[in-house]
Design a protein around this ligand. Structure first.
Ligand code: NAG
Ligand code: NAG
Ligand code: NAG
Ligand code: NAG
Ligand code: NAG
Ligand code: NAG
Ligand code: NAG
Length: 461
């Protein structure tokens, strides 16, 4: 598990660090021999108030760059298809990352590391608030061809990804805090500090768990994996059963993504610490490799993302058969729809819509985040046959620059045309990426989850 801790360094500067092993990291920092490979430093200087130091050791590499770190854009130069591609060195308040599109050729390697001459590679950059994922690209001339398999893509050994089996995640991650002095604007907030660690007494546990799922092909035959968040209180109150949120990843991902890339445990800790939701158990399943009727999905291998992708009814049926019963039998969770919710991002948002339509009665709240839905949608006839569709806690969210903006609008237009009330969130700087999904999860918790439903114009006021 990746841990993040605020420290006052011996020099007096405030340092924000990420490292794999709590105690080791603490000791290393005090001696200033930061074995921590990524250090987020508060500089109290422009452009963002924070700088990030990367350090990587490889004596045989001829060239190392940092993959997956984003470039930035601003409101004035961003559409669904275009963006400005600012380097973080040119950051101005109100700039934000948008992840899609083809970068100009001269910007493909903006994060080139410097060889210190002894196998030590370093790179320092300012960055604004948010979660970042990264990996080291070694002797790599064409990024799409550099993989874990070719040995040209390595995750950070000192800040390893949260994952079940090695290779299930192809990026490490860290988070930069918000500094209002350098990042504050009147028109846009890009403060993601709700995903920073909560006070210690509110920190729950996060772990990857295997469960029995006949037919599964990964991580082992008939074994499938899920990521489990347990609130700090879990197990301490005899006989207590907790509300249960299922939270899905999207295409190209797995159940570890919400923690590795989305910091779900910190977001849940903070939702609970802030009194926004009751202590809640979160189950984050994995929908690839459910059975051998589908070609295998290999993490990081782009050619398998869609060939191996099961459609949502396939996933729903599998979860209903194996996952839901396992969760009810093995966890202290409520066994009633009145304390059960389903949410998910992108293809997981499509799955949430599937659950809403075809597992309506098993859940009471539905969080559709940047849902990758396609027509046809439900009709008045569907509603007449299943009136419960209008009696749920429905939350539909997407980013302003999200590739799934249109599907989000389509779901809303469908619901509106049948007077099915729901809450809506348009993430103002949101593309189809993790800052958007963090924002959507946060507001789902603050305004919708476990709140009285169906929602009215007073809900969340
Ligand atoms: C170091 O770089 C070489 C390429 O020169 C690469 O094959 C190897 O995987 C790297 N080693 C580590 C530990 O990252
Ligand atoms: C390599 O050199 C740099 C710069 O001189 C120094 O900071 C670093 O500690 C050295 N690393 C190793 C592994 O010797
Ligand atoms: C990338 O890999 C593909 C498939 O192996 C190969 O055909 C192509 O030439 C490679 N591209 C570059 C630029 O190396
Ligand atoms: C899950 O099962 C796989 C395959 O047997 C194993 O490699 C992995 O360590 C297990 N993970 C956990 C968290 O038990
Ligand atoms: C729900 O089930 C029906 C009937 O099996 C199916 O046609 C439909 O595709 C499913 N999903 C949705 C979202 O309607
Ligand atoms: C439901 O019926 C109303 C008219 O009563 C119509 O305006 C609306 O488009 C219908 N919705 C759908 C999704 O068919
Ligand atoms: C939705 O509500 C409006 C206003 O109450 C009403 O005129 C309309 O007929 C309703 N539509 C449906 C499909 O129930």
């Amino acid at each position: 598990m990746v841990v993040s801790i605020w420290l006052s360094l011996c020099l007096g500067a405030k340092v924000f660090t990420m490292f794999g092993h709590k105690l080791l990291g603490l000791l290393a920092l005090c001696g200033l021999k930061a074995s921590a490979s990524v250090i987020v430093r508060k500089t109290s200087k422009g452009p963002t108030g924070y700088e990030v130091d990367f350090k990587y050791t490889n004596t045989t590499a001829k060239r190392v760059s940092i993959g997956d770190l984003q470039l930035f854009t601003d409101q004035l130069h961003t559409t669904m298809d275009t963006r400005a591609w600012y380097s973080p060195r040119d950051y101005q308040p109100g700039d934000f990352p948008v992840n899609y599109g083809t970068q100009p050729v001269d910007l493909v390697y903006p994060y080139e590391m410097t060889n210190e001459g002894n196998g030590s590679w370093t790179f320092t950059t300012p960055l604004p608030a948010g979660v970042y994922q990264y990996q080291y690209l070694i002797d790599c001339d064409y990024v799409p061809n550099c993989t874990i398999v070719t040995g040209q893509l390595v995750t950070d050994p000192d800040n390893p990804p949260f994952q079940n089996v090695i290779g299930d995640q192809v990026a490490s991650s860290f988070q930069v805090p918000y500094d209002a002095q350098f990042q504050g604007t009147d028109d846009i907030s890009a403060n993601y500090d709700y995903a920073l660690p909560a006070p210690a007494q509110y920190r729950g546990t996060i772990k990857s768990v295997n469960y029995t799922s006949p037919g599964s092909t990964h991580p082992a035959p008939n074994v499938h994996d899920l990521t489990l968040y347990l609130p700090a209180e879990y197990g301490k109150v005899k006989g207590k059963k907790y509300p249960l949120l299922y939270l899905s990843h999207g295409a190209a991902g797995n159940g570890n993504d919400w923690e590795n890339q989305g910091r779900v445990s910190a977001i849940l800790d903070n939702l609970i610490a802030g009194g926004h939701i009751a202590p809640t158990v979160v189950v984050m399943p994995s929908f690839y490799n459910l059975d051998d009727s589908l070609p295998p999905f290999i993490m990081g291998n782009a050619s398998t993302i869609f060939t191996a992708l099961p459609d949502s009814d396939h996933i729903r049926e599998n979860y209903q058969k194996y996952l839901f019963p396992w969760v009810e039998q093995n966890l202290d969770v409520c066994d009633d729809p009145s304390c059960r919710a389903f949410a998910g991002l992108s293809w997981g948002g499509r799955l949430t819509y599937e659950m809403y339509v075809n597992a309506t009665d098993y859940f009471s709240w539905f969080g559709m985040f940047s849902a990758a839905t396609t027509p046809p949608y439900i009709t008045n006839a569907t509603l007449a046959a299943n009136p419960a569709l209008a009696q749920k806690g429905i939350f539909v969210a997407y980013g302003l620059y999200d590739s799934q903006f249109e599907p989000g609008r389509e779901i809303q237009a469908t619901l509106d045309s049948m007077n099915i009330t729901h809450l809506s969130r348009v993430t103002p700087v949101g593309a189809h990426w993790w800052n958007t999904w963090q924002d959507e999860l946060w507001w789902f918790g603050v305004k919708a989850l476990w709140k009285p439903y169906p929602f009215t114009t007073r809900t969340g006021r």
